[in-house]
Design a protein around this ligand. Structure first.
Ligand code: S3P
Length: 158
């Protein structure tokens, strides 16, 4: 069964997945490979809805594998994705408070996320709030990572 890391942008999903298994599967990286462009470029060209469609297809593929998977923060938006996750994988929600996440997202110059670029801080906080129940709905485990280092999180999840 796949072990899936869930959480808002900036929660450290890819870093933790890599620490748990160097051969982990990174959903966003696989989506970008399939798109032939960055997620930010795709959002700008085709919009969020088109992105969500491809995200769902890639998720369904990845859940067939028996590996560690890091997801994009919006994977839980769709009911279909939540149902897929609930029935096919062991899901860990890396939970953190919004202020910590916002600082990390804003400081990450290498990964300019479209939802960060296109929304005010207040709008992003509303998106964060809206998603909480969805992460919790699918998670078999919730880990509050706000005060933990990546090493501590990896140790906790091993
Ligand atoms: C998104 C999160 C991003 C990426 C896309 C949309 C979201 O992934 O999938 O920009 O809706 O929260 P990360 O959570 O890895 O930043």
């Amino acid at each position: 069964m796949a072990k899936v890391l869930l959480g808002f942008m900036g929660a450290g999903k890819s870093t933790i997945a890599r620490g748990l298994d160097p051969d982990y599967l990174d959903m966003d990286a696989l989506i970008e490979k399939r798109l032939g462009m960055s997620i930010a470029e795709f959002f700008a060209e085709k919009g969020e809805e088109a992105f969500r469609q491809i995200e769902s297809e890639v998720l369904a593929d990845l859940l067939q594998r028996d590996q560690v998977v890091s997801t994009g923060g919006g994977v839980v938006i769709s009911q279909r994705n939540r149902d897929l996750l609930k029935t096919n994988s062991d899901n860990i929600y890396l939970k953190a408070d919004f202020e910590s996440l916002y600082h990390r997202i804003a400081a990450d110059k290498e990964n300019q996320r479209p939802l960060f670029l296109n929304n005010s801080k207040e709008e992003l906080a509303a998106i964060f709030q809206e998603r909480q129940a969805w992460y919790e709905e699918v998670a078999s485990r919730v880990l509050d990572v706000t005060e933990l280092s990546p090493e501590e999180i990896i140790e906790e999840l091993r």
